[in-house]
Design a protein around this ligand. Sequence first.
Ligand SMILES: [Ca+2]
Ligand SMILES: [Ca+2]
Length: 549
Amino acid sequence: MEKNKDEERLPSDATPCRGCSVWLAASLALLLTATGSITSCATTPSAPTPAAAAMPVAISPQRDWSDAIIYFVLIDRFADGDGANNERVDRSNPGAWHGGDLPGLRAQLDEIAGLGATAIWINPVVKQIDAPVWAQGPPGSEWARGFEHWPFHGYWADDFERLEPHFGAEAGLKALIDAAHARGIKVLLDVVYNHVGYGARYVSAAPTRHWIRTRPGDCAVDPITCQVGGLPDLRTELPEVREHLFRAHLGLARRVGLDGFRLDTVKHVEHDFWRAHRARTRAELGAEFFLLGEVWGGSNEVLDEWFAPDEMDAGFDFSFKGSCQAFVEGKGRTVAFAAYLAKRQRLRAGYHLAHYLSSHDEPMALYELGNDVAKFKLCVALQMTSFGIPVIYYGEEVGRRGAAWPSNRSDMPWGERAQPPGRDVRRDEALRDYYRRLIAARRAHPALARGAFRALATDGDLLVFAREDGAAKDAVIVAINRGARDATVSVPLPAGWEAGAVREALSGARADVRERMLSVSVPARTAHVYVGGAATSGTSAWPTFASSM
Ligand SMILES: [Ca+2]
Ligand SMILES: [Ca+2]
């Protein structure tokens, strides 16, 4: 496994932009501020809408995790449903608490269901440390001079056996999960086994201080024993540490009915731990309990180190975001990108990749593409027509204004809705509708989730490929024109397609087919998704989800 020194040093939970070495090194010398003078901002959250509370959106659940579409929410930044837990809320500070909570997320589940997502991933909810650290944004950025960084993201645990009051109580978590399940949506909870928050109670309390590694290693040499982001590293090899963590996390999962975990900082915990963890989750939570691991730098090849011994079901594909952005920016040959897409499908059977465009640890894709919505939409189309589990980072589907860390963790925009913490009325509803149409196509066509990849045309800036699932007798043809000029090519119809039934799924337009050749004519910087055959008839066994309300 290739190891990047800077990446190793910068965990998802500590310093959010792991690729920026200089300023990060500085920001890692974080100062614990015992008492910050924090501006308090009382808020009055809006009540859940009656429609959201009373009328669940009926969507067909995912058939298995290869069909999943995950929506990742930072709870504090999504929706505030309880003003009583808004201690130290300061929405002017990108590192402060902003007031979002579990009741708020529950009240806005139809926002997610209406998009077509089949699962949500929420950040860790355990009790967090009570003090901020001082952090600095990238040089030249709005936050370069620094800001107080509070654990609003949930990755700085103080007590694994309690929940963080800012997020809500355990009953609130269970209510969220029940409400999600009523909508056919599964819930993954982020859990951290590797470390605790800066100055957490475990570090100083007599019964637990020996749980913390006192002589941490160098991350470039030993990722297991180092302090990721300077965070106190748990001695996860100790049986009593494992037992404490397993009881806390698995006990919560069982009580509230979670469907799986998103595992943080996987490469910083020993394989033996993950094998024991897998055995415990299977024994206590069932064989279906899903484990999605964050191996920084993960790809289909890198992740096999964890798949081969069956330590988890899925891992993030860190290669997709950058590869997609480079392609739509015109970098590299089209045939090379097609080869990349084909190669990432070489995965151990029964395991999954999860690919994203933006995350809490990386700059927003739209920002990195110069806020060029046309280019971003090409990446969205590629994400939704590619192998793996698409992960949508909250708000990117409406063009959330986010940049590099810390601005990649901005508030969910709610438009004209009086829903704090988001006050940005700018929502790109056309972009959200584009997501919805792509997701509807993906959910109607199993070939897009699991079908084989076959390049059909790679000349110039036009990429045309087929996704074909023989078992489901399903096929889809995808055309991505990254160029500034219209492009046209003819490709043969897949077997089983009737010439008169072929249409472009995003527009609904009937396709041009002559003598079983499909004329793929794509305007500049546009994606087309062609469907034909039985699954387009509207009688598919998998109905499309209802509209949002
Ligand atoms: Ca709140
Ligand atoms: Ca460790």
